[in-house]
Design a protein around this ligand. Structure first.
Ligand code: TXA
Ligand code: MG
Length: 315
C-alpha cells in the first residue's frame, strides 16, 4: 500500500498516538515523525530510514514553553536563542530529563529541541500534544526531501501518511547549536546563519568536523549524497579535466552546451538553498555519470549550502 498524501491532521494525530510514523513538512526539509515519548515508535524511525542507532533524533515541539518539560535546565543563552529564532530553523541541544527515551538520543545525555516554522506542522503539534521525534524523511545518507513527492518516491511504501505542506521554504536543515556545555557550540550549519546567531549571543564556536565516528553524531563526511559522483570546484577547471557524460549544478551562471541547473539566476543565496536538494535529486535521477558543482559565496545561508555540497562530494 502506498502512503496517502494530504493535509489531514486528525488522521496524523490518530496514527502518531498509535505509535505509527507520519511524514511532516517543515520549513527546512520534510521529517519522518513519531511520538518521541514512545521508544518502540522511535525505533521504527531508525528501521524505516535504515539509520544507524548512534545517530540521535531531533525532538519537535509546539512552543518554547514545552522545552522545560523535557530538559534539566534552560541556560540563559538557550533562552535568548529561542526568543530570537523560534519558530525557525534552529535546533538547540540541551541536557535531557528522564521523559526523553534513550532511543531518541542514541544514549546521549542531551537532546536536540526544535520548534519548526510551518503552519501545518505547528497545528499538528498543538493538536497531538506530544513531542515528535523526526529526522529528515529520507533513507539514511541520501538527499533530504523538500517536497511531499520526494518522501513518497523513497518512503511511500513504508509509511501510511505524508502530510503535504508544499515546498520547504528554507530548503536546508536546521542549524544545530549545543547549549549543554559551558559555551554554545555550533554542530551543524543550516537555515539560521552564523552571523545572525552572533548578533544574539556574541561569538560562537563552530565544530562541524565529521568523521566515521564523529563527535557530533550524524555529521558524517559523506552525507546528503546523490548516487552519482559529484565533483565540487571551479566549473571551468572541472570541464577541462572531465569529459564523461556530465551535468552541471551552478550557482548563477548558465552553461548552454550542457545539461545545467542554476540554483539562482539572480545570485540569491536563499533561493539557492531552497532549490538545492530538488536540483540534486533531479540531476541524480537523469542519465549522465558525473555532476559538476561549484561552491556558492561562503556567507549567510551560503555556508550551509557549501557544507551540503562538500558532504555530497565526499567519497
Ligand atoms: O531541519 C531539521 O533539523 C530537520 C527537520 C525534519 O527538523 N531534521 C533533521 O534531522 O535534519 P536529522 O536526523 O536528519 O539530523 C539530525 C542531526 C543528527 O544527525 C545529529 O547530528 C544531530 O542532529 N543531533 C541530534 N541530537 C543531538 C544531540 N543530542 N547532540 C548532538 N547532535 C545531535
Ligand atoms: Mg538527515
Amino acid at each position: 500500500m502506498s502512503a496517502l498524501i494530504n493535509t489531514d491532521i486528525s488522521h496524523a494525530c490518530q496514527l502518531l498516538k498509535a505509535g505509527k510514523l507520519v511524514a511532516i513538512p517543515t520549513e527546512t526539509v520534510y521529517g519522518l515523525a513519531a511520538n518521541a515519548l514512545d521508544p518502540d515508535a522511535v525505533i521504527r524511525i531508525f528501521e524505516t530510514k535504515n539509520r544507524p542507532s548512534f545517530d540521535p533524533l531531533i525532538v519537535h515541539i509546539a512552543s518554547t514553553d514545552d522545552v522545560a518539560k523535557y530538559v534539566q535546565e534552560v541556560p540563559p543563552a538557550a533562552r535568548k536563542l529561542m526568543e530570537a529564532f523560534w519558530p525557525g530553523p534552529l535546533t538547540i541541544v540541551l541536557r535531557k530529563n528522564d521523559l526523553i527515551p534513550d532511543a531518541v538520543t542514541s544514549g546521549l545525555p542531551t537532546v536536540g529541541m526544535r520548534m519548526p516554522d510551518h503552519p501545518l506542522t505547528l497545528s499538528l503539534l498543538r493538536e497531538v500534544q506530544l513531542p515528535l521525534a523526526a529526522p529528515s524523511a529520507n533513507p539514511f545518507g541520501y538527499i533530504s526531501p523538500t517536497r511531499a513527492s520526494h518522501v513518497a518516491d523513497q518512503l511511500g511504501e513504508s509509511i501510511e501518511l505524508i502530510l503535504d505542506g508544499g515546498h520547504s521554504q528554507i530548503g536546508v536543515e536546521s542549524t544545530i547549536i549545543d547549549c549543554s556545555g559551558t559555551k554554545p557550540v555550533v554542530l551543524r550549519l543550516g537555515g539560521t546563519s552564523l552571523e545572525s546567531l552572533q548578533a544574539v549571543i556574541g561569538d560562537v564556536e563552530v565544530n562541524t568536523r565529521g568523521g566515521s565516528s564523529p563527535a557530533a553524531p550524524g555529521m558524517l563526511l559523506s552525507h546528503y549524497a546523490p548516487k552519482k559522483k559529484l565533483l565540487l570546484g571551479n566549473i571551468h577547471d572541472l570541464l577541462h579535466e572531465h569529459h564523461e557524460n556530465i551535468s552541471i549544478l551552478s550557482f548563477r551562471d548558465q552553461y548552454h552546451s550542457y545539461r545545467n541547473i542554476r540554483l539562482s539566476a539572480s545570485g540569491d543565496l536563499h533561493e539557492a538553498a531552497r532549490n538545492l536538494f530538488t536540483a540534486l535529486r533531479v540531476l541524480d535521477g537523469e542519465t549522465g555519470d558525473v555532476i559538476l558543482a561549484e561552491p556558492v559565496p561562503d556567507h549567510g545561508i551560503g555556508r550551509a549550502i557549501n557544507d551540503r555540497l562538500r558532504r555530497a562530494a565526499h567519497r
